[in-house]
Design a protein around this ligand. Sequence first.
Ligand SMILES: *Cc1c(COP(=O)(O)O)cnc(C)c1O
Length: 395
Amino acid sequence: MAETQFSFNSLMEITKRPPIVFVEGHGSWLKDSTGKEYLDFVQGWAVTCLGHSPKVLVDALTKQAAKLINCSPAFYNETMIQLADLIVKHSCLQRVFFANSGAEANEGAVKLARKWGQKYKNGAYEIITMDHAFHGRTLAMMSASGKAEWKTLYEPKVPGFPKANLNDLNSVRAAINDKTVGVMLEPIQGEAGVFVASDEFMKGVRDLTREKGILLILDEIQTGMGRTGKLFGYEHYGVEPDIMTLAKGLGGGVPLAALVAKESVCCFEVGDQGGTFNGNSLMMAAGIAVFGEMTKPGFLESVSKTGAHLQKRLKEIAGQFGFGEVRGKGLLWAVDLNKEIGPQLVEESLNRGLLINSPRKNTLRFMPALTVSREEIDRMIDILKGAIQKVGEKP
Ligand SMILES: *Cc1c(COP(=O)(O)O)cnc(C)c1O
């Protein structure tokens, strides 16, 4: 057993982890130190988008590691330029700043917006964010997020993030004042439990921000990089953000994030923004490899197709067991369980060799590799059905 082999005493306890130690992963499968295999429908929280250790990523990292790992952010390097060009070529935005985590990219977005507000909007600095939003765990991003559990954690909070409600345009309109510099939201609220911004709302926010001369910032950290069946979530809506942030899938598993913006918004001056590891050659090579796969003909279509299969199978289960709504897009889905059995289902599924996630007690979330097969989806459904019956639910 893992418990006898490993002691967990040297690590800070920041989350309840099961006493399992993972040692290997390939595609949709993980293996623990006892040799037990697990079908992975979490994938590092939608991070390992091509599955575990895909050959393209291993090759790119190995080759780059032998060539150049890091030459300092004070210099250009080859892969940094190449990845920035790729992001610009495939998005509606023109300039990229690389970071190491989603929260750091979002911090950069807020800094850029505040700088822009100082230069062009009379010092406006407030950014309206959504209730239940998740934007990361730095102090400022905890303020920007709308997680009820964080309300009083690590006080005092960073000011400047008034809240509105997703899919309620009037609440956004009501929050706008002279100090407002932008609106920031996720096209799909992932951590909140997969709540999709409606077409009407997204278009409405874009029109409203334009009318008021303020910025639209999209946090595409979870929805970007093919997760929804398009390269970026905004493409579903026919709107263009002024600023977008990427992370999670961008590096295919390695820490890599990006702040991407329209030329007209790029007002950082020399010395305003930076970071020691930002834009290092090794992580950039990972991003290039991921981009290469995702922009191959048919890749995104296959995400939509497998996603439709996952949606169909989840709807069957929801119907069978009397669960509620099945929400999502592409390969990001949630099932509303109508009761608080999420954590039990996660535990029972884990026992049966399946990793799933319960972002809320009444919700299950599925974010498999974008390369997941129909057979793996069917296998997941079989294991999940067993787990649902084990916790006492009857079809
Ligand atoms: C995961 C996530 C973040 C935070 O990214 P980190 O890399 O954990 O800092 C921010 N926004 C959204 C929408 C996310 O899903």
